[in-house]
Ligand binder design. Sequence first.
Ligand code: PHE
Length: 468
Amino acid sequence: MENEKKGWSGQFAFILAAAASAVGLGNLWRFPYLAAKYGGGIFLFVYVILAFTLGIALLAVEVSIGRRTGHSPIKAFAAAIPKWSILGYLAMLVAFIILPYYCVIGGWLLKYLCHYTVLLFNPSQNALPDGAFFMSFISSNIQPLVFTVVFICITAFFIALGIRKGIEKLNIVLMPLLILLAAGIAVFVCTQPSTRQGVIQYIKPDFSKFSPATVVAAMGQVFYSLSLAMGIMITYGSYMRKNSSIERCAIRIQLFDTAVAFTAGLMIVPAFYVFSKSGIESGDIGLMFTTLPAVFAKMHLPGFLGGASLATSLGFAFFALALFAGLTSAISLFEAVLSNTIEVTGMPRKLATAVLAVITVLLAAPSALCYGSTPFALKIPFVDMPFLDFCDFLANNILMPILAFFTVILAGWILKPSFFYREIRKRDQPFHIPRVFAFIIKWVAPPFILTIFTVGVLNALKVISFAK
Ligand code: PHE
């Protein structure tokens, strides 16, 4: 069952890679939106508690399964306990459903970055992207697909280079840039006199807004944000060295992910509070592509930059940041699918990458074109959703909670916490809170995950009304 294969060059590279996977569109768009909707500071408070208890425990479970077995999910579950090998296939399925449509959104980011780059040289108030720009882009029958294909090619290029030469090298460049951009935009937004009130609203807890819904929303976000239940952390764990500390890594990854989410909130939420009188209403991804450019367009820096130049610079910085975050997350998803494929078929890495890239393009086409006027625009029967939205719903609301639920049952009750103690303590590495870990995995995580699942499904079926 034990194995140590060639992987990350060290503990830092692993932390950076896992953090690069974790920091994605969920941090930039979903977290700020949920924080604004669920009472600002009170949401932050609940999120931090859940992230540093349940989040870290679940992260440690996935990483340990990967490192202990040395395999990607399909073989990892089979090696850990043969009867449960179906979970590995489920993880592969989740990653395979998410990857194509995540690349479609990556393509949208690429389009916006290209657009802002052109504007940098020729700023014009009229050419700033607005709602009409977004709608006409996503409903075009060619453009979204073209940008998606380019995004998939970039992803596949770095994947083909391998773990050390591709993923590690890219992360070491993109992650510091990402932090600089996020911090820069946040400082700029928060120091505008008009946003002060918004910053207070974002950080100060509003206890009257606390409800069970806050907890469920925060928990769902902890999962999504850490890239759990997609097989990614199992795969990345399988490349981890035996002398790296799982406990220390899990804490640092979580710290990093939470810090970026908090900073993203600082750059988005106060501006929304101020510029859109009603706060954040729209929960879908369009928020990032339509509302945010409009917010940037309304900012002023008297005596320095005019409206259009400032809006363009901010838009450029934001979409560069979002593209980096999306690219490193897409790479982690691709790697999860790829390593499963290589392990099961024995194909060489470069060939497998090319084959998967072609399949991803084919699977992404229906999502890329689902808002246009081709036959792909037909809504999925019964749920009445466009193809992209349906994939998102199926993966996030149905399959991921099912996988997460059975993973914690397997971890807590079948493999038992001692399986994890042994792996986490390998080579005398520290593990300070084994009892708390065992308690969370056995008693807290299963009911929590079941609740998220039930609420998510009822919400989607419109039986109850709840945030996404
Ligand atoms: N953790 C990512 C985020 O916060 C989510 C994600 C990762 C989605 C990898 C897909 C693939 O956005």
